[in-house]
Write a protein that binds this ligand. Structure first.
Ligand code: SAM
Length: 287
């Protein structure tokens, strides 16, 4: 792909603004226009939503989102060195790009996007990517403020998000993501596509909220998955001892075998476990 807009090439933007990549900010810039456009297309349609982008950096993905017709992009960037480059993009697409300087972990995404449908699209900084995803999928209100998440992670993190029971990658992240969303891996991106190249392959993952996740308290689901996967090699009967001792009655009431291991239990199994555990706690409290 030659050009998607009349702005200077990204390499030139990086050198003009002195944006040497900083490891502490997870800066690996994606300069390949075919790939930035592919990510924007994967999140389409964007003409009727606000796109929330975390970590626009020099603006490669931001430009692809705007060129592919995003109605409005709100971009949160922690590194103020990137702001002049982003201001040039904003001037090029009047009224469509709002850049907020700040830490995405500290900002309220609903407040900064101003209500209305939101799609989140980002090449996430590796050091805060998982926490941001957890914040978005554990939001108290469901359906959430976003209608899809199209996100780039290290491939190993992507594999944990979409993992199925029985696989090594299956854990707490997979259960939470699988409970509330339908998540799929879209495509891999080679380290060579980035400047500087990271050590590992990246992957783009898309999550869409389930309309009606199986009823369950998020807090209880977090408790049972933390206990079960905290000692993932052990049988549930041993790993869930911290919740109930002995734990067999709890596990059997959820229709599971006390000899099973965490990675064999599907999302529905964990939901049942969380619900039985909550009921037991309530019975205990009322005695
Ligand atoms: N979107 C650009 C691209 O695709 O080339 C840059 C992606 S780079 C992997 C991650 C970006 O997130 C960097 O620009 C970095 O400065 C920014 N960043 C790091 N931590 C952040 C945080 N807590 N809040 C907002 N932005 C952050």
């Amino acid at each position: 792909m030659g050009q998607i807009d009349d702005l200077p090439p990204l390499r030139e933007v990086i050198s003009t603004h002195g944006l040497d990549a900083r490891k502490s900010l997870g800066q690996n810039f994606l300069l390949d226009l075919n790939l930035t456009s592919r990510i924007a297309r994967a999140a389409a349609p964007l003409d009727d939503v606000t796109v929330l982008e975390i970590g626009p950096g020099p603006g490669g993905l931001t430009r692809a989102l705007l060129a592919s017709g995003a109605k409005r992009v709100v971009a949160v960037e922690k590194d103020r060195r990137c702001l002049p480059a982003l201001a040039e993009i904003s001037d090029h697409y009047p009224g469509r790009l709002q850049v907020i300087e700040g830490d995405a972990l500290a900002l309220d995404p609903v407040e900064i996007t101003g209500g209305g449908p939101v799609k989140i699209v980002a090449n996430l900084p590796y050091n805060v990517g998982t926490q941001l995803l957890l914040n978005w999928i554990t939001t108290p209100d469901w359906p959430p403020f976003w209608t899809s998440l199209t996100l780039m992670f290290q491939k190993e993190v992507g594999a944990r998000i979409v993992a199925e029971p029985g696989s090594k990658a299956y854990g707490r992240l997979g259960v939470l993501a699988g409970w509330r969303t339908s998540a799929r891996m879209l495509f891999d991106i080679s380290p060579k596509a980035f400047t500087p190249p990271p050590k590992v392959t990246s992957a783009v993952v898309q999550l869409v909220p389930r309309e009606a996740p199986e009823p369950c308290s998020l807090g209880m689901l977090e408790k049972v998955t933390a206990a079960a996967f905290g000692q993932r090699r052990k049988m549930l009967r041993a790993s869930l001892k911290s919740l109930a001792s002995p734990a067999d009655a709890l596990i059997e009431a959820a229709g599971l075998k006390p000899t099973a291991r965490a990675e064999e239990i599907d999302v529905s199994g964990f939901v049942r476990l969380a619900n039985v555990f909550e009921a037991q706690l309530k019975r205990g409290a009322s005695k």
